[in-house]
Design a binder for this molecule. Structure first.
Ligand code: PEP
Ligand code: MN
Length: 373
């Protein structure tokens, strides 16, 4: 059961103390308090764990400071959507950018940072096209131990400074070890917090539970958790719940294709049919990564790349974030050049995304018009 407290209930207020005093006396019930300071108000949720079946919702709602009591199933307790009217939010704000199940952000950028000139060209193109988010890989998990592993912390100062220069608010950046989080924090601090970072946990680390717990214990950075490419959706959603159960619920869930030869000649089997499924089962915004799904810049006879086709499929189904590889000169990219789109393609790509988003919004309106069928 979750108790949702009246907004702005302060932890030092008499009402709060009265409520906690009551909860302390409940037999066989433990509780965990989660507070979230939003832009306008402090939201507090109290998670009750144990023998909650005997507690009546009406009675719990009548307790001091409680606005609502909700019974939740065991699955995805924090991030789950437990029934259609689950009153908990399905969005969060970070560094001035909203991430929600009701909007869309594009994160176009470099798969891997290679040099300052390419970073600057990429960021300038984004600024010129009205974008405030990007992807920049500094720590690259590679199949081959002899392959380029990313520039790591040495590139962070210029990446963050340039991001600040071009008005970029959020950079999605994969980390593969907790020390990377410290390095990012330090570099951000050195650049006077020129930008923001969304920590990305890649598909190879989806079930690295110790990393999930550590990243979940901080609330400074939101997290993009990629679906594991060889495990069930349920297992990946539980991985997201690890982050939230440790305290960080600013989590975006990323679909990036599944490993099977059935998807050939694409790099992975595109799984964007799961966009509405994740939105139904949880309150997380859903990201699609067409680059790592498709793995090639190839286009059909109509000239539209397979990458743009699957973006349209995901966006028209309600995706909330698109993470996509671009590069100023894909032939020289150190990682994933064959799937990178080029900078002159950026305005076209964004316009194409906007068409799919508009179609999605029209489809939602149409569904509402026929709400009674
Ligand atoms: C990436 O986004 O650079 C990446 C490595 O993704 P994934 O973990 O989905 O393979
Ligand atoms: Mn890549």
């Amino acid at each position: 059961m979750i108790l949702i407290l009246t907004p702005n209930t302060q932890p030092d207020s008499p009402i709060y103390h009265q409520l906690i005093g009551y909860l302390d006396k409940l037999p066989n019930i433990q509780y965990r308090v989660h507070q979230e300071q939003g832009v306008e108000q402090l939201l507090t949720e109290v998670y009750l764990i144990g023998s909650t079946a005997a507690l009546s919702l009406d009675y719990m709602t009548s307790l001091p400071g409680v606005e609502r009591a909700v019974r939740v199933s065991e699955e995805y307790r924090v991030l789950g959507r437990h029934h259609a009217s689950d009153p908990r939010p399905s969005h969060f704000d970070y560094n001035g950018v909203r991430f929600g199940q009701d909007n869309l952000n594009v994160f176009a950028g470099l798969c891997a940072v290679d040099n300052p000139a390419h970073v600057e060209q990429m960021l300038k193109a984004l600024r010129d096209n009205g974008q405030v988010c990007t992807r920049m890989g500094a720590y690259k998990p590679r199949t081959n131990p002899y392959a380029f592993q990313g520039h790591g912390k040495t590139c962070l100062p210029y990446v963050f400074e340039l991001a600040g220069k071009y008005g970029i608010k959020v950079i999605a950046m994969e980390i593969t070890h907790e020390s990377h989080m410290e390095e990012i924090l330090e570099a951000l601090h050195q650049t006077g917090d020129a930008t923001g970072v969304m920590l990305q946990i890649g598909t190879r680390n989806t079930q690295n539970f110790e990393l999930l717990k550590i990243v979940g214990r901080q609330q400074r950075f939101p997290v993009l958790l990629k679906r594991g490419f060889g495990i069930t959706l349920d297992e990946s959603l539980n991985a997201a719940e690890y982050l939230a159960s440790e305290g960080n619920r600013k989590v975006v869930f990323g679909l990036r294709g599944m490993k099977t030869n059935m998807g050939d000649p694409h790099r992975n089997m595109v799984d964007f049919a799961h966009v509405p499924v994740v939105k139904r089962l949880t309150r997380m915004p859903v990201c699609i990564d067409p680059s790592h799904s498709v793995g090639t810049r190839a286009a059909g006879p109509d000239g539209i790349t397979d990458i743009s086709q699957v973006v349209a499929q995901g966006v028209i189904a309600g995706a909330n974030m698109v993470l996509v590889d671009f590069h100023p000169d894909p032939a020289t990219a150190l990682v994933d050049g064959p799937q990178a789109l080029t900078l002159p393609e950026l305005p076209y790509f964004l316009e194409d995304v906007a068409i799919a988003r508009e179609a999605y919004e029209k489809r939602v309106a149409l569904r509402q018009k026929y709400a009674d069928i």
